[in-house]
Ligand binder design. Sequence first.
Ligand SMILES: Cc1cc2nc3c(=O)[nH]c(=O)nc-3n(C[C@H](O)[C@H](O)[C@H](O)COP(=O)(O)OP(=O)(O)OC[C@H]3O[C@@H](n4cnc5c(N)ncnc54)[C@H](O)[C@@H]3O)c2cc1C
Length: 396
Amino acid sequence: MASPLQARVLGAGPTGALTALALTEAGWRVSLHDPLTAEQLSQRNRAYAFSYSSRRLLERLGLWSEMESELVPFRRLELRDCGAGVGLAFSAADRGRRPAIPASASITPNDAIGWIGQHGPIQHRLLQRLTDDPAAELHLGAGFAAASDPLIVPELVVAADGPDSPTRSRLGLGQWSMAYGQACLTVQVELRGCADDEAWELLRPEGPFAVLPLGEGRFQLVWSAPQARCRQLESLPDVAFLDALAGALPEKLQPDALLDRPRAFPVALQLARRLHRGGTVLVGESGHRCHPVGGQGLNLCWRDVEVLHRLARRVAAGRLEPARLGGAYARRRWIDLMLTLAATDLLVRLFSNRHPLLLPLRRLGVRSLARFGALRRLALGAMSDGPCPAMRRAPE
Ligand SMILES: Cc1cc2nc3c(=O)[nH]c(=O)nc-3n(C[C@H](O)[C@H](O)[C@H](O)COP(=O)(O)OP(=O)(O)OC[C@H]3O[C@@H](n4cnc5c(N)ncnc54)[C@H](O)[C@@H]3O)c2cc1C
């Protein structure tokens, strides 16, 4: 009997952990390495917006039914161009019929546009699944660099080691990088005036601002603003921060209490010059990073995993040479990456200002979206399934 295909995954964040699960599902043996312990990996205080592209992958890996209980669905998305004073609301009806919904099903008002999930429980669940998986070996914390059997040379090395990827540097893959003048402040708050199944994307002149429901009146805020302003907001006492927040939100949304301390992180557009070298591939933020507007970041990372999963299955079935996997992966990822990075960049550039020549154009764009259902379906489809129609096909 042929020995099983071996993969080494470097980085056990949400992308690396899901990659390891996808590879074992495809019939590979996997070792997963991270200098952080399981506890440290789960401790990050953040929340992600999940789209239908992420749901599709979780379903394929048999993880959706257990993950769904950790996620808060939102059924309405309020989009406001605060500089131009126009807005509209997306609802489930604007999703149209997509592959994640069986062809016979009709759209109901209860369908979600997307889901919000907190990092801790999701990361914990992924690592727990891997601990229970006989085809996976975890090397977390102090012994992360140890190889289970130094004589085994894996057919595939997956670098999911984050935006500062040591693997990308070691392989000399290089990257294009552009820092935004903005940073991003995340904080959890109690809010009045916002339904528990409603999310907001406010396109403010200082930067995009997302309000994401966590359930029971709690919301995660993702507030982009110039870096100096973020640093100043981060240092404010709670009461002063709540005042500043009330000034930034529409009148309808009233912040009542802070549930954690605001934390700023840098935002940048990054894209590796190559996504593979030999048997090593870059997956997740080691390969690309975008502005958090529209909640695309982790969904884009997980679409890398979706493609790698399909290819790993083909290798396991003998339909693709292991040596060709890296090149095939890189070729299949470029279009989605370029389109998503370009779209998020365009949104930031177009809306983070009060430029008098742009305001009429923006008004026209937002009013057209509000008026024409086909345009709303196109925009929401690109946001929730990825901008590249080929990604939406299910076949192996
Ligand atoms: C402070 C902060 C707050 C954020 N808040 C939000 C938010 O609220 N909402 C949101 O959607 N996104 C947020 N993001 C972005 C989000 O965290 C990323 O999109 C997501 O973590 C990307 O996942 P990843 O697995 O690709 O990379 P990472 O999560 O960065 O994981 C990389 C892993 O690689 C490990 N590693 C590093 N070096 C090595 C090595 N040599 N060998 C093996 N492993 C290694 C690291 O320890 C880490 O665990 C935030 C980012 C930051 C920095």
